[in-house]
Design a binder for this molecule. Structure first.
Ligand code: PRP
Ligand code: URA
Length: 209
């Protein structure tokens, strides 16, 4: 069964409130999506393993903690997932970045794949799939199926706003994948948009509407 962690940190909640507002323009939307991703990464990496390492300070020898060297990858679902990458890399600069291109067919709401480029050793990495929106869950589920076909075994999903349908879909299709979300909304409307949501995340990040 997936672990679903809702990140209720006040800074995250405040910033989600700002990106929901219709009057927030693309520049601020982009900046804040990136800030939320950075804060979510801080929480979602809480269980990374540390090892003891002997070092020398200017004063004496001592033991410090270091990340155990487990390799990480960030995989945004294009387009909107791109908005979360820079914020994550601020926190985990050594992570490699893969890309999965999917768009939702507006009629069927089914995901259509158009691009996939992953780090060569992605099957050895702990993978963070990122997309601001988890609506029906079709895109996230398809992206994770693709990663599993490439041999990835340790996968986590980070999204900012989720609908209950999306969470149910992820639990059914990928019960081994933990989900990190900033807000759980009420439902989907008749066009598959999250209510209250924030509209079309890709259009708001890239100013395409
Ligand atoms: C949006 C969003 C997710 C998907 C969520 O992308 O960024 O990828 O919809 O919907 P789902 O959970 O019902 O699959 P969209 O297909 O609009 O593409 P875009 O990012 O290129 O705008
Ligand atoms: N994709 C979006 O960008 N927004 C939604 O509300 C649903 C899917």
């Amino acid at each position: 069964m997936s672990k679903v962690l809702i990140m209720d940190h006040p800074l995250i909640q405040h910033k989600v409130g700002v990106i929901r507002r219709i009057e927030t323009g693309s520049k601020d939307f982009r900046t804040i999506i990136s800030e939320i991703a950075m804060l979510m990464t801080y929480e979602a990496t809480r269980d990374l393993k540390l090892v003891d390492v002997e070092i020398e300070t200017p004063i004496c020898k001592t033991t410090v903690k270091e990340l155990s060297g487990k390799k990480l990858a960030v995989v945004p679902i294009l387009r909107a997932g791109l908005g979360m990458v820079d914020g994550m890399l601020e926190m985990i600069p050594a992570a490699k970045v893969g890309h999965i291109g999917l768009y939702r067919d507006p009629e069927t709401l089914e995901p259509v794949e158009y691009y996939c480029k992953l780090p060569a050793d992605s099957d050895e990495r702990e993978v963070f799939v990122v997309d601001p929106m988890l609506a029906t869950g079709g895109s996230a589920s398809a992206a994770i199926t693709l990663l599993k076909q490439h041999g990835c075994k340790r996968i986590r999903m980070m999204c900012i706003i989720a609908a209950p349908q999306g969470i149910r879909r992820m639990e059914a299709d990928h019960p081994d994948v933990d989900l990190y979300i900033a807000a759980l909304d009420d439902k989907l409307n008749e066009h598959g948009y999250i209510v209250p949501g924030l509209g079309d995340a890709g259009d708001r990040i890239f100013g395409t509407k």
